[in-house]
Design a protein around this ligand. Structure first.
Ligand SMILES: [Zn+2]
Length: 322
């Protein structure tokens, strides 16, 4: 178990970012290896606290000689975004200097070889992406821990890796899987209301997967079983937006099944006035994956994600959102 610190020069003199990295050596050269990173979108902290809860489990496994495959963990992988506090709010999704999403525009290498990356170039966010890719290359299992707004826990999986990631879904106990194909804008992939409550179960799920895949040996760990949740292509995801600005009253929660035409929410835009509210109707039958945690929105803001039983009218391949 070894902590090291990666350093990344800032874009102005006198600024240096640091990036702690934790490595566990494996006892078996032939065993699968794993890489985990959290908070690439710097405000998405459930993955960070899940890693915090996972590390003691791995340290115990290491002390008992049960880490078979090497494990690399970057618990908070985006110090560049972490710095971007403005007027008391963290802006951790887009790099302010380049207006680029921290989870887009990673280098797309021709082969999994860090030497093809070349010397790090560009702005701090671009060099951070090159560094994270270099750290992850060579591992058999790469997990990028993100979160959504309010919602059920779900996996976002390249279609090529399904059903190979079914054990991950079952181990994590997620409610749904969204598979995506095509380009996501070169993604690698809001804080939860109760991140510390989620951390332990997420850590148990991550550990269960590492045991199931043979990275960690633990005969006492029960197998993950079969994944029984929803699996749907990303083209079925309806991002339902608010037709008016106003206060939001939701009729549905994450995890609900809804029928086409069912009221999902009411937007109160003229409180106390006749016709002062507008209903938002389900465009098709399906499953509520997430809803926003805010209760005051602009017109056109995303309200919720509905995984439709059929392809969505606004469905798209690649990244789930901008
Ligand atoms: Zn994210």
């Amino acid at each position: 178990m070894q902590w090291t610190t990666e350093t990344l020069a800032g874009d102005t003199e006198g600024v240096t970012y640091t990036l702690p990295v934790l490595r566990f050596a494996g006892t078996d050269e032939g065993a699968p290896t794993a890489y985990l990173q959290a908070a690439l979108h710097a405000g998405e902290l459930p993955g960070v606290v899940a890693v915090d809860a996972l590390v003691p489990k791995l340290a115990k496994a290491h002390a008992e000689g049960r880490i078979r495959g090497a494990i690399t963990i970057v618990p908070a992988c985006n110090p560049v975004g972490r710095l971007q506090y403005h007027f008391g709010e963290l802006q951790g999704r887009f790099h302010l200097g380049t207006r680029t999403n921290f989870n887009r525009d990673f280098p797309l290498l021709p082969k999994p070889d860090a030497s093809t990356l070349g010397p790090e170039t560009g702005t701090a966010d671009q060099r951070l992406k090159q560094r994270l890719l270099a750290l992850s290359l060579g591992h058999d299992i790469v997990l990028d821990l993100h979160c959504d707004d309010e919602g059920v826990a779900y996996l976002y999986v390249p279609v090529e890796l399904w059903p190979a990631m079914e054990d991950c879904a079952a181990a994590m106990g997620v409610a749904a899987v969204v598979t995506w194909g095509g380009s996501s804008g070169a993604s690698f992939d809001e804080a939860s209301l109760h991140p510390w409550l989620h951390a332990q179960s997420d850590a148990e799920g991550l550990y269960r997967l590492l045991v199931a895949r043979g990275v960690v040996e633990d005969a006492a760990e029960s197998p993950a079983g079969r994944f029984g949740g929803l699996v749907a292509p990303i083209t079925h995801v309806d991002v339902v937006t608010a037709p008016r600005a106003g206060a939001i009253l939701f009729d549905v929660e994450s995890g609900d099944r809804v029928a086409k035409g069912q009221r999902l929410a009411t937007i109160v835009h003229g409180p106390g006035q006749p016709d002062g509210s507008t209903d938002v109707i389900a465009p098709q039958s399906g499953y509520i994956l997430t809803r926003v945690s805010r209760r005051s929105l602009y017109a056109g803001d995303d309200l919720l994600k509905l995984v439709g039983d059929a392809p969505s009218a606004n469905g798209r391949e690649g990244a789930l959102e901008d």
